[in-house]
Design a protein around this ligand. Structure first.
Ligand SMILES: *[C@@H]1O[C@H](CO)[C@@H](O)[C@H](O)[C@H]1NC(C)=O
Length: 356
């Protein structure tokens, strides 16, 4: 099956196709279109993949992004990232922040110098039956929850897969000044999600870098999509991913480094009235990029690594079970904890069937 020309951009089919594509996604040409810029938008027409940020401005950069956390997997990833001196972007699902242990993990991620964006999923998965004002308020509520914790309102936004075809939502989010984030590399952590297969995640990167190099003889830039939830192999696969990035000479950046954006947070959760930076934003004193080789970190939550203290109230019916008993839990699927990933694996094939 082949897609060509503008047909590719005319539908939101691309992110969905990317999920179901062969394990080695096609390389993205270094001359990929410039990323969509943030800011006021008067566009109320159909939203296409071109409205999403899908690559960086500088060849050789790679921005790892993780959605749907914080979770039991996030703390292990923070340990690995710290060892590799690497910064990434977390799209926080504000719903989980009402649980103290997850709020702690997100704050930890922010203080470690990672960029905090937000994921958003419509209540009941549809914008129908709600006014613009109600939708804006729901988005803003999620944003305020994050701001309460880290002091700034997120600007970079990942829309949940099941809402990607809701043009009204996407236009609204754009008009509010949020930057819609897509990707051009899917690390397939939801597919390589067992102890035996998580090392395959690094092979996805390896294959992409190698193909790009063979085809064009120069580096491209990447925005990677991953999921910091325990039912994926993201945490277990991360050490090898970082080492693969080192081996190919790419430079790990947060999304603000990827877009040369000195103001990666919003001034207001609803109004499109400007942006702010903080001490760790691109161009500021404490901004960091790059990475160093890591050993496979042995994550031991019992020794203070955990963001989820035992007995700290995660049994409150949230459906997110507490940390697994063996304390290694990143590959353990806690019961019912990762509905989002179930949606990806169940809904995406259904959408694909529809689109193709
Ligand atoms: C967080 O994820 C859950 C499960 O997918 C979803 O029901 C909830 O709406 C999400 N929260 C936000 C703010 O998107």
């Amino acid at each position: 099956m082949r897609f060509t020309g503008t047909a590719i951009l005319s539908a939101l089919a691309i992110p969905l196709i990317a999920h179901a594509a062969a394990p080695t996604p096609a390389p993205s040409p270094a001359s990929a279109p410039a990323p969509a810029t943030a800011g006021p938008s008067t566009n109320t027409g159909p939203v296409t993949w071109a409205d999403f940020l899908t690559s960086c401005q500088t060849a050789g950069q790679i921005a790892l992004t993780y959605s749907e956390g914080p979770s039991e997997a996030t703390m292990e990833m923070l340990e690995t990232l710290k060892e590799g001196h690497a910064k990434v972007t977390f799209f926080t699902n504000a719903t989980w922040l009402q649980y103290m242990q997850y709020a702690g993990v997100t704050r930890h991620a922010y203080l470690d110098g990672h960029l905090i964006g937000m994921t958003y999923r419509l209540p009941s998965d549809t914008s129908a039956g709600r006014t613009d004002a109600e939708l804006k308020e729901d988005i803003a509520r999620a944003s305020r929850t994050i701001q309460d914790l880290i002091g700034v309102y997120p600007k970079y936004m990942k829309i949940h897969e099941s809402n990607l075809k809701d043009a009204r939502l996407l236009n609204l989010v754009k008009s509010m000044g949020y930057t819609l984030v897509g990707f051009n590399l899917d690390e397939y952590d939801y597919k390589y999600n067992t102890a035996a297969t998580s090392s395959q995640i690094a092979e996805v990167y390896n294959a992409m870098f190698s193909k790009q190099n063979e085809a064009y003889g120069r580096k491209a830039s990447y925005i990677v999509t991953g999921y910091d939830v325990p039912s994926t192999g993201a945490a277990a696969g991360l050490p090898k991913v970082i080492n693969t990035i080192v081996a190919h000479g790419y430079d790990m950046v947060r999304l603000d480094g990827c877009t040369n954006d000195k103001t990666p947070y919003k001034k207001d959760p609803i109004l499109n009235n400007g942006f702010v930076g903080d001490a760790k934003s691109f161009g500021a004193l404490e901004y960091k990029h790059g990475q160093t080789q890591v050993k496979a970190v042995t994550y031991n939550p019992a020794n203070g690594g955990g963001g989820s203290g035992s007995g700290s109230g995660s049994g409150s019916g949230s459906g997110r079970a507490g940390k697994s008993a063996d304390g290694k839990g990143s590959l353990k699927t806690s019961a019912g904890s990762r509905i989002g990933v179930a949606v990806i694996t169940l809904v995406v094939p259904a959408l694909l069937a529809f689109l193709l």
